[in-house]
Design a protein around this ligand. Sequence first.
Ligand SMILES: Cc1cc2nc3c(=O)[nH]c(=O)nc-3n(C[C@H](O)[C@H](O)[C@H](O)COP(=O)(O)OP(=O)(O)OC[C@H]3O[C@@H](n4cnc5c(N)ncnc54)[C@H](O)[C@@H]3O)c2cc1C
Ligand code: FES
Length: 261
Amino acid sequence: MQAYKELAEIIRREQVADDIYRLTVKAPDIASASMPGQFVMVRTVEGLDPLLRRPFSIHQVAEGGMVKILFKVIGKGTKALANMEVGRKLDILGPIGRGFTVANDSLHFLVGGGIGIAPLFFLARQILQKSEPSSIRVLLGARTRDEIFTLAGEFESMGLAVETITEDGSLGKQGLVTELMTDLQQEKPVMIYGCGPYPMLRAVANTCRKKKWSCQVSLETMMACGLAACLGCAVQRADMNGYVHVCKDGPVFDMDDVAWL
Ligand SMILES: Cc1cc2nc3c(=O)[nH]c(=O)nc-3n(C[C@H](O)[C@H](O)[C@H](O)COP(=O)(O)OP(=O)(O)OC[C@H]3O[C@@H](n4cnc5c(N)ncnc54)[C@H](O)[C@@H]3O)c2cc1C
Ligand code: FES
């Protein structure tokens, strides 16, 4: 699939939580080619530091050729992005990678941990094109209330059932997001779409195996190029016979394709 390089004007900048921001940029070629679960590589500064583009999930696409990214401030690149003014141009490359495959005749459980929530909005909108809101359940976990409160509300305003859990108990139950999965009993087939830190996804995959649910996960690794050139995003294959590469073969994988070391 073709990736486009655009100099995308920043149309809107929102501070969603203490250290979480959302940028809306005008990137019509990328918007029209994007599928949920794919990502973009963004140059975060005009100078040389940081030199490498940073990967971000496509959070949403919207009318008028808009692409949104939702990100947490981690280091230099994300700090620079958070300080970008409306009207500035962002050098952005995408869409990249293999996204989620929407399952037919299934219940759809969207499981997000922390900033891993980002791609699940675009996915929810895609599922809603063919399925009733009642077929979707959104399970969100985070360290504290601040990280997910606004985002949980945004899923609710799409008419979706949302359950939250936080490590400090400040929103929803206290615990980890997999605990929201354990009590769910379903007669219809279930597809889990998971996105979040690696240990969370491993726990999600383990729960799915026990329950005999299908599961796709969006993996995050360090990425130098995002273009299948540096091989730095390698993850061990489930059969231990070599590696898959997150930027080329993913970032979304069937849980059975990965070794979960
Ligand atoms: C496919 C993909 C999609 C992503 N989507 C999003 C998204 O939608 N929203 C979002 O906020 N983030 C997302 N990330 C993570 C994001 O790319 C990193 O947070 C960002 O590159 C950090 O850049 P920085 O310059 O701010 O931090 P750096 O200065 O590069 O790093 C600061 C510290 O964080 C560590 N670090 C950097 N990146 C990662 C990472 N991916 N995992 C664990 N530790 C890391 C570094 O080792 C370093 O210690 C995604 C990553 C991938 C691979
Ligand atoms: S990031 Fe370079 S090969 Fe995947």
